[in-house]
Design a binder for this molecule. Structure first.
Ligand code: TMP
Ligand code: ASP
Length: 236
């Protein structure tokens, strides 16, 4: 598989074409950003860890029948994925109040939500990914109602699968963000699943094992990501 034309650079990844039009190559960078790129740093090995962690999650989800863009890992920092036309709607799933939800609604961080919360935001950094609802999604023609039904079902299924899987590893899945895209007539889960896009708390100590360590200047960011990988690979 040849690395082809450079297509797109995001904040944490670069996307390239390959010699197969149906496949893209994703390269995970060490760059970390927060607050829409206002805070920036390079964290050695973050890209390697997120490539590996995303592969583990995508493989698990595929095994359980969730269709993802993941094809295979081809190097420390690179995976092959099915080409997607990304739907510019970020899907956030929340089990426990944290981050922007706590701030916006005044719900103390750590409060267990009585029901899983789904939120949508417009994928647009310049606008700071504003929260939107179904009316905006259809009025702006971002996705069709049938597509949203499929996306919501898949997002909740991902949560149902990942919560118990992570619980067994001593990790609480607080919340996470997913992106979906179109590949032919299918909708596939895309992007990445990693401590950059999820909140992971140690189940006993509540210690943060995710990008909040970077957002909140807590230090030990890469060490925390490495700890998540150790637990997932160690079968602990
Ligand atoms: P929030 O509480 O800041 O809205 O974040 C909710 C979840 O979404 C959290 O797990 C982090 C993730 N997330 C991203 O993946 N990308 C983003 O740009 C933001 C703001 C959050
Ligand atoms: N990914 C976003 C940024 O780079 C925000 C975040 O994850 O906090 O600004």
């Amino acid at each position: 598989m040849k690395k082809g034309e450079f297509l797109y650079e995001g904040k944490a990844k670069k996307i390239y074409r390959t010699d197969d039009p149906g496949l893209y190559l994703v390269e995970f960078k060490d760059d970390a950003t927060a607050f829409d790129g206002v805070k920036k740093d390079k964290l050695a090995d973050k890209g390697i860890l997120n490539n590996r962690l995303s592969a583990i999650f995508f493989e698990l989800l595929e095994e359980k029948g969730v269709e993802t863009h993941y094809e295979k890992t081809i190097s420390e920092r690179e995976m092959l994925v099915k080409s997607l036309e990304i739907i510019p709607v970020e899907v956030i799933v929340r089990n426990i109040a944290a981050g922007s939800l706590s701030k916006r609604l005044g719900i103390p961080e750590g409060t267990v939500m009585k029901k899983t919360v789904l939120e949508f935001s417009l994928k647009d950094d310049e606008l700071h990914d504003p929260m939107i609802n179904h009316y905006h999604i259809y009025a702006m023609d971002l996705a069709a109602p049938e597509e949203m039904a499929e996306i919501e079902k898949a997002a909740l299924r991902v949560n149902e699968l990942l919560v118990p899987y992570l619980r067994e590893k001593g990790i609480t899945l607080v919340d996470f963000k997913l992106e979906f895209g179109r590949h032919g007539d299918k909708i596939l889960l895309g992007d990445e699943i990693s401590p950059d896009t999820c909140r992971f708390w140690d189940s006993s100590s509540q210690e943060k094992l995710d990008k909040d360590r970077f957002r909140r200047d807590m230090g030990g960011v890469v060490e925390a990501y490495r700890e998540v990988l150790r637990r997932l690979e160690g079968g602990e």
